[in-house]
Design a protein around this ligand. Structure first.
Ligand SMILES: [Zn+2]
Ligand SMILES: [Zn+2]
Length: 344
């Protein structure tokens, strides 16, 4: 049996290929991909802004169904069952896996025998390790399972904040990640202020429950945050976009002893960051990247539970066979939060 994949052969080069599906090992599960999110990471690799060894098969936000299970896989995993797939190596043996930093597993750096690099979700069928699959409820829309990866990344970040319910948290940037922060923070009882330049995005954030939306073009927003918090500043400030200028504003907007979470890179070689603010205000400057096993489990549970509205996100279905056009669409229509690719 063969699987179809959309493979990047180099920067700006892609084509559909067929590969023999390797025989299933005892601990593996064969799945059929139902939908796969097109994330910026894959678009950056295609454009050459980020690098991965070619040939490369992207696709790491995967909703799928079980086709076949290996002999050692739990009998609870049944054929046809909907799943979220976290397609990253977790060797469970390296120092980082053992310390709860499995999002940095050293096994990810090792070459594999699959014939391509990358998670491989841009495929119609895919072989997964049993630890990579997370059963998703039958009664929830299956394409939500493809959101588990981005939600798990944000969950990990939110879990690392030190503020508590009732505190004010600022989210800088209201793209998909900023909005997921907003939803998860509201769920946990925070007062959330969203800072965003685009009026359309501010409006959307307000509709999704932001307590206050601020336009950084209209006022010096850290000052406004101080006014809104009795002169104290925000307990936590989450940076998801905006370069080093915004990072400095985050440091300024945080209260004494507060924390500033760098969720996104600044994309700058040597960002001029005002580190003295960290010293004088005793701030905790922290970061988060990707998801760990526990945050992925939490995200799947949350998405399947119906506790949070995800239907107000601007999700758009697209065609896996036309990945090139879909990447152009994602570049042109910046208000689409996720294109979810399906095979025609
Ligand atoms: Zn992603
Ligand atoms: Zn590991």
């Amino acid at each position: 049996m063969k699987m179809r994949q959309i493979q990047f052969d180099g920067v700006g080069e892609l084509r559909q290929v067929e590969r023999e599906i390797p025989p299933l090992k005892d601990t593996q599960v064969l799945v059929k991909v139902e939908a796969c999110g097109l994330c910026t990471w894959e678009r950056y690799i295609y454009a050459g802004t980020e690098s991965m060894p070619f040939p490369f098969v992207g696709g790491h936000e995967i909703a799928a169904r079980v086709v076949e299970t290996g002999a050692a896989v739990s009998s609870e995993i049944r054929v046809g069952m909907p799943l979220s797939v976290a397609k990253w190596v977790r060797c469970n043996q390296c120092e980082l896996c053992r310390r709860g930093y499995d999002n940095h597993c050293l096994g990810n750096d090792k070459p594999s025998d699959k014939g391509y690099s990358g998670p491989g979700g841009f495929s119609d069928y895919l072989v997964c390790e049993s630890y990579e699959i997370f059963p998703f409820p039958e009664d929830a829309p299956i394409h939500y399972a493809a959101l588990a990866e981005p939600v798990a990344c944000v969950t990990r970040a939110v879990n690392r904040l030190r503020s508590v319910a009732g505190d004010t948290v600022v989210v800088v940037g209201a793209g998909l990640m900023g909005l997921l922060f907003l939803k998860l923070l509201k769920l946990r009882g925070y007062k959330v202020i969203v800072v965003q330049r685009s009026a359309a995005r501010r409006e959307r954030a307000a509709k999704m429950g932001a307590d206050l939306v601020l336009d950084p073009g209209a006022e010096y927003w850290p000052e406004r945050v101080r006014r809104e918090t009795g002169g104290m500043g925000a307990a936590s400030v989450v940076y998801t976009a905006g370069g080093s200028a915004a990072v400095n504003e985050c440091l300024d907007a945080a209260r004494i002893g507060g924390d500033v979470m760098l969720y996104a890179p600044t994309h700058e070689e040597r960002p001029p960051v005002d580190l003295d603010l960290v010293h004088f205000k005793e701030l905790v400057l922290t970061g988060a990247i990707r998801h760990d096993k526990e945050s992925f489990r939490q995200a799947v549970r949350l998405l399947g539970s119906g506790q949070v509205e995800f239907g107000d996100l601007n999700l758009s279905f697209g065609s896996m066979e036309h990945l090139r056009e879909e990447m152009e669409r994602a570049d042109t229509d910046r208000e689409i939060h996720r294109i979810l690719l399906r095979w025609e």
